[in-house]
Design a protein around this ligand. Structure first.
Ligand code: COA
Length: 189
């Protein structure tokens, strides 16, 4: 039987009711690899080669932490995933052990953009964030998406600072190198 990442009860019925006919809004499920969830994420950035076992391994990891990781999807009438978004819950000491929500990895399939699916994903994640007791919800976005998030009800906050790990970048490079060596070995002479 297919597993749900977290309880369906946390999905706003009011928002789900506003979707186009045949579309559903729900938690990520263990079978969503086959429904193209990674293809939708590829609209946002490089996803990499993720086999079904690797997907399930990560899914199980997330499910064991399903009071902190909430990934939702929108499925269309043909059973394909067309939208995805994540909410992470951060447990703090400050503000009397407050919780803060972080929205990440929002993507809508190119062919489905402009149908108000993106705003519904954000509003659903904001609703979950409030429901679990977060005192604020934040996100980081590119300049060209600022207007979208303003329409979702966000206001510009402070600056984002980033330091990318050189070790991880090296890892990615090493993986690519290994892949190309293996491909050459497999190629007919
Ligand atoms: C950004 C994204 C999630 C928006 O999803 P979407 O389903 O196309 O957006 P919606 O239809 O819900 O748009 C809601 C409103 O925001 C507006 N909007 C959407 N994207 C916008 C953008 N980039 N800039 C300005 N306004 C935008 C829409 O015109 C609409 O306005 P309206 O209510 O006045 O008609 C989608 O375009 C996407 O997946 N982009 C590629 C990945 C990405 O950049 N993700 C965000 C990472 S931070």
């Amino acid at each position: 039987m297919e597993l749900s990442l977290f309880s369906h009860d946390l999905i706003s019925k009011d928002i789900a009711a506003t979707l186009p006919a045949g579309y559903t809004l729900r938690p990520l499920q263990s079978g969503d690899h086959d429904r193209g969830v990674l293809d939708v994420l590829a609209v946002l950035t490089a996803v990499g080669e993720i086999s079904k076992p690797k997907f399930l391994e990560r899914f199980e990891w997330l499910r064991r932490r399903n009071d902190s990781y909430f990934i939702i999807v929108i499925e269309n009438e043909s059973g394909r995933i067309v939208g995805v978004g994540s909410l992470l819950i951060e447990a703090k000491f400050i503000h009397s052990c407050a919780l803060a929500g972080h929205i990440e990895d929002i993507a809508v399939a190119k062919s489905e953009q402009g149908k108000k699916l993106g705003i519904k994903i954000i509003h659903t994640l904001m609703d979950i964030s409030e429901h679990v007791g977060c005192y604020k919800t934040t996100l980081v976005c590119a300049d060209h998406n600022v207007a979208f998030y303003e329409k979702c009800g966000f206001v510009k906050g402070q600056n984002e600072m980033v330091r990318k790990s050189s070790t991880l970048l090296l890892g990615t490079f090493a993986d690519k190198l290994l892949e190309s060596v293996l491909r050459q070995e497999e190629a007919p002479n």
